[in-house]
Ligand binder design. Structure first.
Ligand SMILES: *Cc1c(COP(=O)(O)O)cnc(C)c1O
Length: 357
């Protein structure tokens, strides 16, 4: 089969070696004669998987003492509700920035549980930049940001210093670069963009924030209970946790998140350079806010977009069609995308420009 370069926004590209390990684990796991999919999550084999996945998260991100790591279910979308549910009481206020569809869904959900102050929004500009001139109030329970806006192709290049606990949705850029976890109260990420498959959500939380609210929290939504039960209060999504573990093993073998950052910067540099140099294309976002994970671009002549999409597909490039709210194209170039994939896309763009000069 010819190689397909997978630019899908999510579920998305995974390291080949993680896929191969996952395939083997489905058939037979660790000499037990059983598939990983048909064994108890209370057995030593799966407990080993969960423990290794959690310790790789801690090691790769340098998670300091006083923080816990959990693998939960319900996607990043359930975190939109769990964060305000666990960290506020009715009548409390939480602050958000509105930087895209996911940020806007997060704050909409929070409004069901607390007051929400939107400090800044780029909605009027179809979210093509990250607002920066705002002050974070001291009398709110937390401040929520989306670190990478998957749909629009913008990314926080640095995180604000917050006087209140900083909460970040890192679904589409976790493990793509080093982060100083001690700056955050809570980080969450659905696995299926940059660290595995759909079905599990990573949560990293500062322990001292938990157990402070008066409202009753249903068990499955209670961070404290989930952490006390080592992410096994109920049956965990065993295969999704396994795939996260294998993906993180690969990140570690590549040299960790600093090496990922270096490679991701080079990939993004090559692709943005072509978008700027090529007479047919233009980027959609403010240059200083451009994402290194989701590269969004359109054509000066939109009537050529169908033909370019066909040329890209014929060259084995998959998943490039932009989200309907931006149009054009979006190249999702997560950790597992190699430089060859970028070069293949750049070549198609150049050839297309020559053919349509
Ligand atoms: C995809 C995505 C989500 C939604 O994730 P689900 O796991 O499908 O709930 C939330 N936030 C960001 C930044 C995303 O990219």
């Amino acid at each position: 089969m010819p190689k397909v370069h997978n630019f899908s926004p999510g579920p998305s590209i995974l390291p080949r070696q993680a896929m191969e390990a996952g395939s083997r684990a489905c058939l037979e796991f660790q000499g037990t004669g059983l598939s990983l999919l048909e064994m108890s999550h209370r057995g030593k084999e799966f407990i080993g998987v969960m423990n290794e996945a959690i310790s790789l998260v801690k090691e790769l991100l340098g998670v300091p003492a006083g923080y816990s790591v959990a693998f939960l279910q319900g996607g990043a979308s359930l975190q939109f509700a769990m964060v305000p549910f666990n960290l506020t009481d009715e009548g409390d206020t939480a602050a958000y920035t509105d930087t895209g569809t996911w940020a806007s869904k997060a704050l909409k959900e929070a409004k069901m549980f607390c007051n929400v102050k939107v400090l800044a929004s780029s909605k009027e500009a179809n979210y093509n930049f990250i607002p920066k001139n705002y002050e974070i109030p001291k009398d709110v329970r937390y401040f929520h940001v989306t670190s990478n806006n998957t749909i629009y192709g913008t990314q926080l290049q640095t995180f604000p210093n917050s006087p209140v606990p900083l909460i970040a949705d890192m679904s589409s850029d976790i493990f793509s670069r080093p982060v100083d976890v001690s700056k955050f109260g809570l980080i969450y990420a659905g696995a299926q963009k940059n660290m595995g498959i759909a079905g599990t959500t990573l949560v990293i939380v500062k322990d001292e924030l938990l157990g402070k609210v008066k409202r009753k929290i249903p068990s499955m939504l209670d961070y404290k209970l989930q952490i006390e039960n080592e992410s096994m209060y109920n049956t965990p999504p065993v295969f999704a946790v396994y795939m996260a573990m294998e993906t993180l093993r690969w990140v570690k073998q590549q040299g960790g998140v600093a090496a990922m950052q270096k490679r991701n910067e080079e990939k993004a540099r090559r692709l943005y350079a072509e978008i700027e140099a090529n007479p047919l294309f233009k980027g959609t976002c403010a240059v200083e806010d451009r994402s290194r994970m989701n590269v969004t671009f359109v054509m000066h002549k939109p009537e050529l977009e169908g033909a370019f999409n066909k040329a890209a597909e014929a060259a084995g490039l998959s998943g490039l069609k932009g989200h309907r709210s931006v149009g054009g194209f979006r190249a999702s170039i997560y950790n597992a995308m190699d430089v060859d994939g970028i070069d293949a896309l750049v070549t198609v763009m150049r050839d297309f420009a020559k053919a349509n000069a």
